[in-house]
Design a protein around this ligand. Structure first.
Ligand code: GAR
Length: 200
């Protein structure tokens, strides 16, 4: 059985789906939900689901990313973490943190990587006139939003689509592919899967 720590910064809807999925014959269990913001809404949701939580307020560390990450690692190790899932964790992690967890860390990103690394992915897809949008689960490496792709789900951008409608549709896809990919990853399957989903 693998222990999974989920790192969040906000509401944690992906975190909830991951926690819910880790039951019965699933090869992993949630060991920790940790946020860089003590007020992240997901922390209370995790507590209500009976999952241990921690908050490490990054603002207390100023520009000292290493000191922030030492504290993250203390919590991760105390929880006997095998796999980290970044789920809307909006802090950039240093290469040394990424290397320490390399091969044991997943991320979800709201674009069809390698397109639109970073922020404002849906606005950028709409501005570019793209016909497809989607989301990606990948192994997190030292390259921001880089690393081997494990799963991608795409949908067709409709006429009149806005950033908000697209974000809502893509988030529904995220809730499908992140649990599915974690289950495979926790049992050692790193093959890439692509889904074309009509989410409308
Ligand atoms: C999700 O859309 C996730 O893909 C995105 O933040 C949102 C978190 O929502 N992550 C990134 O943009 C990371 N670069 P949630 O807190 O409801 O899961």
């Amino acid at each position: 059985m693998k222990n999974v720590a989920i790192l969040i910064s906000g509401g944690g809807s992906n975190m909830v789906k991951l926690v819910e999925s880790m039951a019965a014959d699933h090869p992993a269990r949630p060991c920790l939900v940790m946020a860089n913001d003590p007020h992240a809404g997901g922390l209370e949701k995790a507590r209500q689901m009976g999952v241990a939580t921690a908050a490490v307020d990054h603002t207390a560390f100023g520009k000292d990313r290493e000191a922030f990450e030492v504290k993250l690692n203390t919590h991760l190790e105390a929880a006997k973490t095998d796999i980290i899932c970044l789920a809307g964790f909006m802090r950039v992690l240093t290469p040394s943190f990424m290397e320490k967890w390399s091969g044991r860390m997943l991320n979800i990103h709201p674009s069809l990587l390698p397109k639109y690394k970073g922020l404002h992915t849906h606005a950028r897809a709409l501005d570019a006139g793209d016909k497809q949008a989607g989301c990606t689960v990948h192994e997190a490496t030292a390259e921001l939003d880089g690393g081997p792709i494990l799963c991608q789900a795409s949908l067709t951008i409709e006429h009149g689509e806005t950033e908000d409608t697209l974000a809502a549709k893509v988030l529904r896809l995220e809730h499908i592919i992140y649990p599915e990919t974690l289950r495979r990853f926790a049992s050692g399957d790193k093959a890439r899967i692509d889904h074309a989903i009509d989410a409308t």
